[in-house]
Design a binder for this molecule. Sequence first.
Ligand SMILES: *Cc1c(COP(=O)(O)O)cnc(C)c1O
Length: 366
Amino acid sequence: MTNPTRRVFNFNAGPAVLPLPVLQQAQAEMLDFQGTGMSVLEISHRSKEFEGVIQQTEVDLRALMNIPANYKVLFLQGGASLQFAMAPMNLRPAGASADYILTGAWGKKAFEEARKLGLARLAANMKSTNFDRLPAQAELDLDPKAAYLHFTANETIHGVEYFSEPVPPPGVALVCDASSDFISRPIDVSKYGMIYAGAQKNAGPAGVVITILRDDLLERVPPNLPVMLDYKTLAGDGSMYNTPPCFSIYIVGLVLKWLKEIGGLPEIARRNQAKARLVYTAIDESGGFYRGHARPDSRSVMNITFRLPNEQLEEQFASQARQRDMIGLKGHRSVGGLRASLYNALPIQAVESLVQFMKEFQQKNG
Ligand SMILES: *Cc1c(COP(=O)(O)O)cnc(C)c1O
């Protein structure tokens, strides 16, 4: 492989860092994919080469996540944000209500979409302390007749993450926005009715959202939905009703192969834990100079949100880090402060470099 040109340590929240071997393989195959004399960007989505790509990507995802046979895997467009609307349109029968757990900005958006289209209620809303922790199971106000219970596995902006799923009442399907911690660790798919994730955090580039759906839920899909919003049609055509986002799916496929090669979800979970521990330890040992936004029992492994003593120092921190090739550390405008996103593809060297810089910055400014 060619020596890569300058690569920075990319802490962006999404689109985000991709594994270097994935980019190198895409580069190597760019002009001639599998002897076609064309790139994946140029071949027909009905060609046997692309059929191979989408089928293998599904096979590899099923193996990686241990997805049971009674679940469909869909590659869709419109991002996770369109799933906010498609979930209630497809899975909430007329007149029924759906429950939402709000642990941050994304859950709130999902709830607002659901409420525009029908009945939705809050099973919990953690807004009063600016979404700094997850609710305990006993704090949930659950509707036993809900069409489903929706939660956000990892709140990318606030930095709180679920490591054991909320438990819905018997017969109520669990629906999860897993956009920012998808394939970051093993989960038990059989606990879920549906899991969806925009690819651009952990699984690939923007342009494709992966939806994993238990097939009995397809029976709820109403008959008159526009085709592109209808899980039943999309599943029936194997995500190929129309032209799928071919290149994004191809890159997701390469990311899954990379994950398999390094040891799958148990190994990436171990690496992700190790990275997050380095940063949280630096925060906790800073004597209050760095203050984590999330409470320790709700801390995200993927997105670490923290503050400095004042905004001026936060600005300086982000800009001096940038000068050292650590980019994307400024927090989301709605929370402020800093945010380090430590997705699967971010190497531990990036985190070591960040922690070293945190110590130096504190020595100078603390
Ligand atoms: C990024 C993100 C979204 C939005 O994804 P789009 O693909 O941009 O629509 C939704 N939920 C979570 C948890 C996210 O991190």
